[in-house]
Design a protein around this ligand. Structure first.
Ligand code: C2E
Ligand code: MG
Ligand code: MG
Ligand code: MG
Length: 292
């Protein structure tokens, strides 16, 4: 019968697909359990002033640490979490982790350092989610110290965001950053109207920039645009001394982030990093580092 079926209907659903489906279902079960049991951690990556080497803020990046202790990057579960409607729960976890992190970080980095937290475009447009999220930030007294990084695809369609959500954020003095800038769809007009506080130039433009004339030109164009809009830029994904030197010497970008300075680490590890010779008291030595 199976043979016959295979003859009569084209094979839309094969073994591989069945396998993929069951892998996904298993992941779904594990992810639901992870949420119930709060199997997440929050790591932090410094954003660094490229002139002085001083850490000016941190980005919170979520990790899933499963029951075997294995750590999963968000790329492997954010999409499914979104599909299952579990992302808000994860974001609330990350927010609480940020609120706790201030207590660890402030004694070393001071009480002016911001933490940037990622939210998905769909969340940024969800007024009910945003209301409770903002209320929690305000209640914790860290509204001036949290920045929201939003991936730019949200901005395109969203007169909604501009009318309803941005005013709430503005009233609460919560800053907004556009993440992965240059890879999404946002128009320059949208950027200007939304009065965002920062643009993060996507890693794809920074990678190997010292050897890549096209990216150099693109970056220069982004800089001109950002200058006209009076928007600070952050360079994402600085991995090498050469990339850093290019940005310091050939660009006006003030702030950078990337493995060259530090991978995302636990808040406690940041305290230790701040005491190494490579990064003393929260200030990186910006001359090319021998281990970099
Ligand atoms: P993102 O917000 O653009 O974060 C930057 C990603 O690039 C992070 O990956 C970070 O570890 C990585 N990265 C930083 N510096 C370098 C570098 O020098 N080289 C390279 N190759 N990579 C670098 P991660 O932690 O895997 O996060 C991936 C994405 O997942 C994030 O991209 C963000 O969009 C999303 N994400 C992370 N945490 C959350 C969260 O709490 N909520 C939501 N909605 N999304 C999150
Ligand atoms: Mg981000
Ligand atoms: Mg990014
Ligand atoms: Mg990215």
């Amino acid at each position: 019968r199976a043979k016959q079926a295979a003859k009569t209907c084209p094979v839309y659903f094969n073994n591989q697909m069945a396998e993929a489906q069951s892998v996904k279902m298993e992941l779904e079960t594990r992810l639901r359990k992870a949420i119930r049991e709060k199997q997440f951690l929050c790591m932090f990556q410094p954003k660094v002033c490229l002139k002085t080497g001083r850490i000016c803020s941190f980005e919170a990046l979520v990790r899933w640490q499963d029951e075997h202790g294995e750590i999963h990057a968000p790329g492997s579960f954010i999409e499914l979490a979104t599909e299952l409607g579990l992302l808000d729960e994860i974001s609330r976890f990350v927010l609480e982790a940020c609120i706790e992190a201030f207590e660890i970080l402030d004694p070393v980095f001071g009480d002016k350092t911001l933490i940037a937290l990622n939210i998905a475009g769909a969340q940024a447009n969800d007024i009910d989610f945003m209301k409770t999220f903002i209320a929690r930030i305000v209640a914790a007294g860290c509204n001036r110290r949290i920045m929201l990084e939003i991936t730019e695809d949200v901005m395109v369609t969203t007169a909604h965001f501009k009318k309803l959500v941005k005013p709430l954020l503005k009233a609460s003095k919560i800053k907004v950053s556009i993440d992965d800038f240059g890879t999404g769809y946002s128009s320059i007009a949208a950027m200007t109207q939304l009065e965002v506080d920062e643009l993060k130039v996507d890693r794809s433009f920074i990678s190997d920039i010292h050897n890549t004339p096209l990216n150099q030109k693109i970056l220069s164009a982004i800089e001109h645009m950002a200058q006209a809009m009076e928007l600070p830029l952050v360079a994402e994904g600085i991995e090498t001394a050469d990339e850093l030197r290019y940005l310091q010497e050939q660009s006006t970008i003030q702030t950078g982030q990337g493995f060259y300075f530090s991978r995302p680490v636990l808040a406690q590890e940041l305290i230790e990093i701040a005491q190494t010779s490579w990064c003393r008291a929260g200030k990186y030595r910006l001359a090319p580092h021998p281990d970099a």
